[in-house]
Design a binder for this molecule. Structure first.
Ligand code: GDP
Ligand code: MG
Length: 164
């Protein structure tokens, strides 16, 4: 079984965009995994020769917003337990939200390597200051990215596979 890299974060931060981007063109799809029923969420990937399973935990989000918080806690728990490395995605334009804080608290409790991906940094120079506050979440590895514009994803993946 290959190591698991889970993408975690509150709704709408860009987890699925990131997932699709990563399996689409930055890293190659090696194969679909037999026996995995939720096959849209799991893909085998590789970066610089290191193979892993990439998981979009956001695919587990319920449509009913009443259950969002409960579900996020659940997906973060699942990710913590099965993942070797967690990509914690936040919205660099929105700033830190209460939900981000809640997820961070859950993620900090276990000693799993976390890469904090500050997404939606579409214009690195003008938005760089927006990223600083996210150091307040307490994670050492912070990478400003734009999933939509395919920016800095190589640096993010370098940080991920470093801990595999
Ligand atoms: P998820 O709920 O975390 O899976 O988020 P989605 O991937 O569905 O994205 C939510 C919204 O954010 C969509 O409208 C995306 O187009 C947008 N989005 C995702 N990544 C970026 C980005 O890097 N920059 C900008 N500006 N928007 C983004
Ligand atoms: Mg999603």
């Amino acid at each position: 079984m290959k190591p698991i890299v889970a993408i975690v974060g509150r709704p709408n931060v860009g987890k699925s965009t990131l997932f699709n981007r990563l399996i689409g063109d930055k890293i190659s799809i090696v194969a679909d995994t037999p026996g995995v029923t939720r096959d849209r969420l799991y893909r085998e990937c590789e970066w610089t020769g290191k193979e892993f399973m990439l998981v979009d935990t956001g695919g587990l989000e319920p449509r009913n917003s009443d259950f969002i918080m409960e579900n996020i806690k659940k997906q973060a728990e699942v990710a913590m337990n099965e993942a070797h490395v967690i990509i914690f995605v936040v919205d660099g334009r929105a700033g830190i939200t209460a939900l981000d804080e809640e997820i961070a608290t859950i993620l900090r409790k276990k000693n799993k390597p976390i890469v904090l991906a500050v997404n939606k940094i579409d214009n690195y120079i003008s938005q760089l200051e927006d990223t600083y506050e996210f150091y307040g979440l307490g994670f050492e590895k912070l990478v400003p990215v734009s999933a939509e514009h395919n920016t800095n994803l190589g640096d993010m993946l370098d940080a991920v596979v470093e801990d595999l």
